[in-house]
Design a protein around this ligand. Structure first.
Ligand code: SAM
Length: 259
């Protein structure tokens, strides 16, 4: 039973962290005049509206991207700011791009894209938006991660951004990443995870760091969105991190500390 809907959380501080790092990675990979594959296991609906009912209900975007914008966290040349500007130009000032749209706005014609989304409602919204840019799969993303790899071209990035509703994800995902890195040793694989007050993620992160000592592991902390809300930070674990990602990670560490 899928209950998570990203519309309530789009543009929150975790999205700012994840989408800033994702856009910097894609920007770096697209500097080379060689095609690349972009794969995503949990795509969401691709486009959100920050004046929508869901966003107003949680207020998370106001604490996230709207506050980051007021504080000038991203200058206009930053790839995240470029993706935001492109989305707003096409869909209005209150629109916010999900990760597939961020990727689509930074990728080139020669690049290829595959997106998985299991939720029927989210897939229905994603399909018309992304069908010109990507091959879409309404299928379990973790199963597809294996069957989509190694992609053609082999050079590329996979974003894994589960809803973490299934408790076994914390034990299954490290096994998946180990399998993936054997099948696709050149792939950049980025996993987003929440930092929870109850430390549910801690064992998984320790296992990943043991298995991939060269990976980039970056965490930021922030105040919970509401009293009693368990998420107190955001983490990205990146296997084969592109050059320059650590610089952006350090910059984000300082910015999040200033909150
Ligand atoms: C955190 S959201 C994705 C947000 C998106 N990556 C972004 O940054 O804009 C997680 C998504 O995974 C979907 N989902 C849940 N279980 C799934 C599964 N087993 N396979 C694929 N998608 C799934 C949910 O419907 C939800 O849209």
């Amino acid at each position: 039973m899928l209950s998570y809907q990203h519309a309530y959380h789009a543009g929150n501080l975790a999205d700012v962290h994840k989408h800033a790092l994702l856009s910097v990675m894609i920007d770096y990979l697209t500097r080379k005049d060689k095609p690349l594959s972009y794969l995503e296991t949990h795509a969401g609906r691709g486009l959100y509206f920050l004046d929508g009912e869901e966003s107003a209900k949680t207020g998370e975007a106001a604490q996230g991207i709207l506050r980051a914008t007021l504080r000038n966290w991203f200058d206009e040349d930053h790839p995240y700011a470029r993706a935001l500007a492109k989305t707003r130009a096409a869909h209005g000032a209150q629109s916010y791009p999900g990760s597939p749209m961020i990727a689509a706005s930074l990728l080139r014609d020669m690049d290829s894209m595959q997106l998985c989304e299991l939720h029927p409602q989210e897939y229905e919204a994603l399909f018309p938006l992304m069908k010109r840019h990507a091959r879409l799969h309404q299928h379990d993303g973790l199963e597809m991660a294996i069957s989509m790899t190694p992609p053609t071209p082999r050079r590329g990035l996979m974003m894994i951004d589960p809803a973490w509703e299934v408790k076994t994800d914390y034990t299954q995902i490290p096994k998946l990443l180990e399998k993936l890195s054997t099948r696709w040793n050149v792939g950049v694989v980025a996993l987003w995870y929440p930092i929870l007050e109850n430390r549910a993620q801690a064992g998984m992160v320790a296992r990943l760091m043991g298995a991939f000592p060269q990976a980039l592991s970056h965490e930021v902390r922030f105040p919970p969105a509401r009293t009693g809300h368990g998420m107190i930070g955001s983490g990205m674990f990146v296997i084969n991190p592109p050059w320059g990602l650590d610089g952006e990670a350090k910059r984000l560490t300082d910015l999040f500390k200033s909150l």
